[in-house]
Design a binder for this molecule. Structure first.
Ligand code: UD1
Ligand code: CA
Length: 454
């Protein structure tokens, strides 16, 4: 059956108190509406419609990649009004699934369960049971337990307020009936809005079957109105990701202190210590250890690498057996060959570091190609920038750079060369040469120290 999916995202979101549209606030690093669109696109024969209004330009720009049909709902007058604006774009046969841009964690499996229950004379409602149903529309059933209507909280009688079964808002309706029902909606209610929920009593009167389906968890149907709810859903989301990764064989020292904002693929026997942030697309080989407080963004970490505490790695690739940190910063374009070592307080950028090479302490290596088995002493700086242009440094295999040296780019140090400690290198050093580039030491005998006048 053909399926239209309508995502409502026109609401104001005033309780967020934000210049950013509510549906663009992130959960797990991706906007709420992105989560909904992704889930919706995974359903069969999905034809996506996105209803925008308040801060709609932002939403439209953000959602371009999903090629949804954008429908503007200026001056929004309720959920029924939102559906009416898209009615002429819905297929005449088929069915419509209504989702919400601020209900981000709805699961594909739950929606598929709804689809299984649907046909052209059945309306499927996703309902939940809440201890505190205040604010929600209530599911009104007759003595035979058949659904008869949904009554909004503000319109409900004291008796109806006792009902614990609530409308999540998510529903699946056959289009051949829906379009006529939408025509008949009125705004004669407590909020003066066109309620989508009023179609339930029409469906019941028309003799349609009304089936209810329930979500696996309340998080799936929880909407975000303020930043407190946003943070609660964020924790729910992180917990479920942590559980999934642990079931795939990852050790998390504390799943409550782990944040994945993107995708993580892991080999066997990897472990991640507390307070790490994994962002973008990250892959770990086998036996990788990530220490506490690390931030990895868009990178590949090869087999058996050891990433020690407080290390930041971004847009970089590490071959197997590397040893990085503590307190290292690998900036975009860093590539480490097998068994390379980057120690504490070392920053790299656009740097190719060859197999077995070591930069162990307090250095900056940028715009550099480094061969194998190089040893870079503490405090070495590649001077790659003249204030306008960037220049390359090239370091051959087995070079030894003495501590506290400045390599002023563009410069080449050929294989096997040795740089004396404290040198400022401005010219090519040929293969196997020793380069001294520092002032000679001058010692004076019996030097009379200055004395204070009494
Ligand atoms: C709605 C349901 C209620 C249900 C609850 C679940 C109706 C009439 N009521 O109530 O039964 O228990 O959701 O959370 O449907 N929106 C638009 N355009 C509009 C109005 C709303 O796009 O004109 C969007 C909002 O941005 C929001 C969603 O629809 O994302 C729900 O609207 P809201 O007014 O919050 O509905 P509730 O009063 O919570
Ligand atoms: Ca409302």
């Amino acid at each position: 059956m053909k399926q239209d999916i309508v995502i409502l995202a026109a609401g104001k979101g005033s309780r967020m108190k934000s210049a950013l549209s509510k549906v663009l606030h992130p959960i797990g690093g991706l906007s709420m509406v992105h989560h909904v669109l992704t889930t919706a696109s995974q359903l069969d024969k999905a034809n996506l419609h996105l209803i925008v209004g308040h801060q709609g330009e932002q939403v439209v720009t953000h959602c371009q990649d999903f090629s949804a049909n954008i429908v503007w709902q200026d001056n929004p007058q309720g959920t029924g009004d939102a559906l009416r604006r898209v009615a002429s774009d819905l297929s005449k046969e088929g069915r419509t699934l209504t989702l919400y841009g601020d209900v981000p964690l709805i699961k594909k499996s739950t929606l598929e369960k709804m689809q299984l229950a649907a046909d052209e004379n059945t309306l499927v409602l996703l309902t939940a049971f809440l201890d505190n149903p205040t604010g929600y529309g209530r599911i009104v059933r007759d003595l035979a337990e058949e659904v008869k209507a949904i009554v909004e909280h503000k319109d409900a009688t004291p008796e109806q307020h006792q009902i614990k079964e609530v409308n999540t808002g998510i529903l699946l309706t056959p289009n051949k009936h829906l379009i006529g029902w939408l025509d008949r909606l009125t705004n004669d209610n407590a909020q003066g809005e066109y309620y989508l929920t009023d179609i339930i009593s029409m469906a019941s009167a028309d003799g349609l079957k009304i089936v209810t389906v329930h979500p696996e968890s309340i998080a799936e149907v929880t909407g975000v109105n303020d930043r407190l709810q946003l943070s609660w859903l964020e924790r729910e989301y992180q917990q479920s990701q942590a559980q999934r990764l642990m079931s795939e064989g990852l050790t998390l020292l504390d799943p409550a202190r782990f944040d994945l904002r993107g995708s993580l693929e892991v080999g066997v026997d990897c472990s991640i210590d507390i307070n790490c942030i994994i962002e973008g697309k990250v892959t770990l080989g086998n036996g990788v250890r990530i220490g506490p407080n690390c931030h990895l963004k868009n990178c590949h970490i090869g087999n058996n690498c050891d990433i020690k505490d407080n290390t930041l790695i971004e847009d970089s690739a590490l071959e197997s057996g590397c040893d990085v940190g503590p307190f290292a910063r690998l900036r975009p374009g860093t590539q480490l060959g097998a068994n390379a070592k980057i120690g504490n307080f070392v920053e790299t950028k656009k740097a190719l570091i060859g197999t077995g090479s070591k930069v162990s302490h307090l250095s900056y290596i940028g715009d550099t190609t480094m061969g194998e088995e190089v040893n870079v002493g503490a405090g070495t700086i590649t001077c790659n920038y003249d204030g306008v242009n960037k220049f390359q440094t090239s370091i051959g295999d087995r070079v030894f750079v003495g501590s506290n040296s400045s390599l002023v780019a563009p410069v080449t140090i050929a294989a096997g060369a040795t740089i004396a400690a404290g040198s400022t290198i401005t010219k090519t050093v040929e293969k196997d040469q020793l380069a001294f580039a520092r002032a000679r030491q001058n010692n004076k005998d019996n030097w009379p120290r200055p004395v204070k006048k009494s």
